[in-house]
Design a protein around this ligand. Structure first.
Ligand code: FES
Ligand SMILES: [Fe+2]
Length: 426
C-alpha cells in the first residue's frame, strides 16, 4: 500500500480525461516524417531555454548554441547596455558562420567588443549592426544598415534565457507561455547557485524517450537497482515506487517525489563513498544557506512531507529539477534526428566554501552521471526495438501520466500546425 494519498477522485490520469487511459503509440518517436513536422510545429514555435544569465557575466559576454533541430547556430550575447540578445550565427556577406573557434560545428563562448567574420572581415556590433565592410567602396550601392545580424526572439525569465526561432512574432510572450505553474517558481534562489557542473551525451534515441525516462520515477528501483547496496535496493524494489504528486499546466508538467533523508539510513544502505563524502544522488546531505525566508509557492506545490524533489518538464525539451537539499539540475534534450539527440545535464550548487563541500558536490555530480548513463543506455535499446514496429501500442500506468501527456501535447502541436498550414494554403 502506498503511504501517499491518491488525488481526491480517481487516479492522476483520470484527472485529465483528454489523455485517455488507452495504450499509446510511439510512432511519433520512430518516424522521420513526424520528426520533420516536429521541427517546424514545435521547435520553431515554442520558447526554448538555452541556458542561464550567469553564463553572460559581463557586457560583451557571449556563447553560441548549436540548434540542429532548427538547422542553425545562434549567438547569445549581453550587449554593451547589458541587454541579453540572440542572433543567427551567420555573416551577412557570404554566409560564413560568424562566431566559432577551432571546430565549426562546436559551440564556443567568450567576451568581446564586437563580432568579426573570419572570412573577409565584416564586423558587427554586439547589438547586431553591421559596422564594417572590407573594401566597402567596391560593392554596388551597399548600405551597412541593411546588413545587420538576423535577430532571434530572446527573453529572460528568472535568469533563464529563452529563444524562439519563429520568423514572425512568437504566438505567446514568454511569461504567458510558461504559465502559472512554472512562474510560481519566481523567487527560488537560482541566482545563488552559480557553481555549475555540465555533462552532455549523444544519445541514439528520439528526444521524447529520454524525457519519458525522467517523467516517471518508478523505473528507478528496477533499472537503477545496482546503484545502492542490496539492503536498500531489495526492499525498495519489492515495495515499488510511488510518486506522491503530479501536476499538468498547459503543455508543462510536474512530478514530485518524497524525500528519504539519507543521513537517517543505517550505514549498510549506503555505498562507502556516500558515507565518507556525505553526499550522493540526492546531493550533499547538508543544505547550504539559501538566504531566503521561505520557498516560493511553486516549490513543492503538493505539500509533500517529507519532500524530495520537484521535476518540472517545460515544453518542449527542458527540465528544471529542484532538490529538497538546496540545489537544482537542468536537463535539455536537443533533437538531432528522429532517432538521436544531444542530452545536456547541468548541476547547480551554491558555490562550495570549503573542500568538504566541494567534494560533496563532486560526489553528487558523479552519482548523477552514473544514473544518467544507465538511463541513456536503455533508451538506445528501446529505440532499436520500437523501430521494429513489431508492437505498435504500449500500455501506460497511472505513474506514466506525464509521458502520456508529453506525447499528447506533441501530437496536438503538430496537428494544429498542419491545420493552420492547410488553411493558409486554401
Ligand atoms: S562571409 Fe563573412 S565577411 Fe565574407
Ligand atoms: Fe532513470
Amino acid at each position: 500500500m502506498s503511504p501517499w494519498p491518491k488525488p481526491p477522485e480517481g487516479s492522476w490520469t483520470q484527472h485529465y480525461p483528454e489523455l485517455g487511459t488507452e495504450p499509446v503509440s510511439y510512432e511519433d518517436s520512430i518516424s522521420p516524417e513526424f520528426y520533420e513536422l516536429e521541427r517546424d510545429a514545435i521547435f520553431k514555435r515554442a520558447w526554448l531555454n538555452v541556458g542561464r544569465v550567469e553564463r553572460l557575466p559581463r557586457n560583451g559576454s557571449y556563447f553560441t548554441k548549436e540548434l540542429a533541430v532548427g538547422s542553425t547556430s545562434i549567438i547569445v550575447v549581453r550587449d554593451l547596455d547589458g541587454t541579453v540578445r540572440a542572433f543567427h550565427n551567420i555573416c551577412r556577406h557570404r554566409g560564413n558562420k560568424l562566431v566559432w573557434n577551432d571546430f565549426p560545428r562546436e559551440k564556443t563562448s567568450g567576451t568581446c567588443r564586437q563580432f568579426s567574420c573570419k572570412y573577409h572581415g565584416w564586423r558587427y556590433s554586439l547589438g547586431g549592426e553591421c559596422t564594417f565592410i572590407q573594401q566597402e567602396s567596391e560593392f554596388f550601392g551597399i548600405d551597412k544598415n541593411d546588413y545587420g545580424l538576423v535577430p532571434v526572439h530572446c527573453d529572460v525569465w528568472d535568469g533563464f534565457i529563452f529563444v524562439n526561432l519563429s520568423r514572425e512574432a512568437p504566438e505567446q510572450p514568454l511569461h504567458e507561455f510558461l504559465g502559472p505553474m512554472i512562474t510560481a517558481l519566481e523567487g527560488y534562489p537560482f541566482d545563488k547557485m552559480t557553481e555549475r557542473w555540465y555533462y552532455r551525451a549523444e544519445i541514439n534515441a528520439n528526444w521524447k524517450l529520454y524525457m519519458d525516462a525522467f517523467q516517471e520515477f518508478y523505473h528507478a528501483p528496477v533499472l537503477h537497482y545496482g546503484q545502492a547496496p542490496p539492503a536498500f535496493s531489495q526492499p525498495w524494489r519489492e515495495a515499488g515506487f510511488y510518486a506522491p504528486y503530479y501536476d499538468i499546466d498547459g503543455p508543462h508538467r510536474l512530478v514530485s517525489t518524497a524525500g528519504i533523508h539519507p543521513w537517517t539510513l543505517s550505514p549498510d544502505k549506503h555505498k562507502p563513498m556516500e558515507i565518507i563524502t556525505e553526499s550522493g544522488l540526492q546531493g550533499p546531505w547538508a543544505t547550504p544557506d539559501l538566504g531566503i525566508e521561505k520557498m516560493p509557492p511553486g516549490v513543492n506545490p503538493g505539500g509533500c512531507d517529507p519532500w524530495g524533489l520537484d521535476s518540472f518538464q517545460l515544453f518542449p525539451n527542458f527540465t528544471i529539477l529542484i532538490w529538497t537539499q538546496g540545489w537544482y539540475l537542468t536537463y535539455h534534450y536537443w533533437p538531432t534526428s528522429y532517432r538521436s539527440h544531444l542530452f545536456e545535464g547541468t548541476l547547480y550548487f551554491v558555490p562550495a566554501k570549503n573542500a568538504k563541500e566541494r567534494v560533496a558536490h563532486e560526489m553528487a555530480a558523479a552519482s548523477f552521471k552514473e544514473f544518467g548513463l544507465q538511463d541513456g543506455n536503455t533508451l538506445e535499446a528501446t529505440q532499436m526495438m520500437l523501430e521494429s514496429r513489431a508492437v505498435d501500442r504500449f500500455p501506460m500506468n497511472d505513474q506514466e501520466v506525464l509521458c502520456r501527456h508529453l506525447h499528447q501535447v506533441v501530437a496536438d502541436w503538430v496537428a494544429e500546425y498542419e491545420h493552420t498550414k492547410a488553411r493558409t494554403r486554401r
